[in-house]
Ligand binder design. Structure first.
Ligand SMILES: NC(=O)c1ccc[n+]([C@@H]2O[C@H](COP(=O)([O-])OP(=O)(O)OC[C@H]3O[C@@H](n4cnc5c(N)ncnc54)[C@H](OP(=O)(O)O)[C@@H]3O)[C@@H](O)[C@H]2O)c1
Length: 284
């Protein structure tokens, strides 16, 4: 029996494995990776590695065992049909009879196109009959704090979210929730709406950046079409830029405000404030 984490060499997966290592012996953790070399540090610490790819169903044959608790971290290959990729993992988990399949989803309130793959995966997971936990992760602080270069270059935050607010949290917070579910009891057939304790607006974000940098950083609210143009101009593929602009439209409607308190309840501590994430990013 093992706690198995897919996407273990991704940003969220790394946080999950690190936090698992604080709670359970390394030998009880299996990291599913595409490139073993990128997980050599984990293997050296005693974590078991399994090499598999969502695009190659056979690579999941025999990977899971009865009683495993599995975290399926949603993929990032938007153009490759993520529901079918995730189905591969669900099928393998069902064939093995795992004890729990947790899935990193999106908030139930999110109507943007980005949520479509998540809703399809949730449906497949429920249809599988497996004990499940839907970890409906809200937006990451890092979506903003890891992309400060253009903001600081132009002294402007550009978004298509109007006066909308969102309650983001750090990847480490969402990872802690996943670890609580994977290592705790009684999480079978649960849905958690996860988000930060405090909602913020882009005007407040710009104001906090101004305060921390001593510069005047403004918020430029643009239309989703204009944002799509700006993002494609910066090199993003058109369809992906449109998806991101669609998320901003959802933010304007309040769809990324999560008020359940599920995240801090699961982790047993307040979520990381955005101001703290900004301060850390500015120091890097
Ligand atoms: N809530 C949010 O704000 C937010 C923001 C961005 C993304 N997300 C979603 O949350 C997921 C985790 O976030 P993250 O920051 O950890 O993203 P990330 O760093 O891009 O990690 C994605 C992970 O998925 C793995 N993966 C992708 N395609 C795969 C395939 N065909 N087979 C096996 N593994 C595959 C990647 O493997 P490699 O390590 O081998 O590349 C990587 O480990 C993302 O993939 C995305 O679905 C959420």
């Amino acid at each position: 029996m093992s706690i198995v984490v897919t996407g273990a060499t991704g940003h969220l997966g790394r946080h999950v494995v690190e936090q698992l290592l604080e709670k359970v012996p390394a030998a009880e953790i299996t990291a599913v990776v595409r490139d073993e070399a990128r997980a050599a540090d984990l293997a050296a610490r005693g974590v078991r590695l399994a090499v598999a790819d969502y695009n190659a169903p056979r690579t999941f044959d025999g990977l899971f065992a009865a009683g495993d608790k599995v975290l399926l971290i949603s993929g990032n290959e938007f153009d490759k049909g993520r529901p079918a990729q995730h189905q591969v993992v669900i099928d393998a988990a069902a064939a093995a009879g795992v004890a729990l399949l947790a899935y990193t989803s999106a908030p139930g309130s999110l109507s943007a196109a980005l949520a479509d793959d998540h809703r399809a995966t949730e449906k497949a997971l429920l249809a599988s009959g497996l004990p499940y936990s839907l970890l409906r992760n809200g937006w990451y602080h890092e979506n903003y704090t890891e992309n400060l270069a253009p903001v600081l270059a132009h002294d402007a935050v550009v978004a298509a979210a109007g006066d909308g607010r969102l309650s983001s949290a750090s990847r480490a917070d969402y990872a802690a929730a996943a670890v609580a579910v994977l290592t705790g009891e009684g999480h079978e057939n649960t849905t958690y709406e996860l988000g930060g304790d405090e909602a913020w607006s882009f005007a407040e974000y710009a104001a906090e950046l101004s305060r921390r940098t001593g510069r005047e950083i403004v918020y430029n609210a643009v239309s989703p079409e204009a944002l799509t143009g700006i993002l494609t101009g910066a090199g993003l593929p058109g369809p992906f830029a449109a998806i991101l602009a669609g998320v901003d439209a959802s933010i304007e409607k309040g769809e990324l405000v999560v008020t359940t308190g599920d995240l801090s309840r699961l982790t047993g501590r307040p979520t990381t404030p955005l101001s703290e994430a900004i301060a850390a990013a500015l120091q890097d």
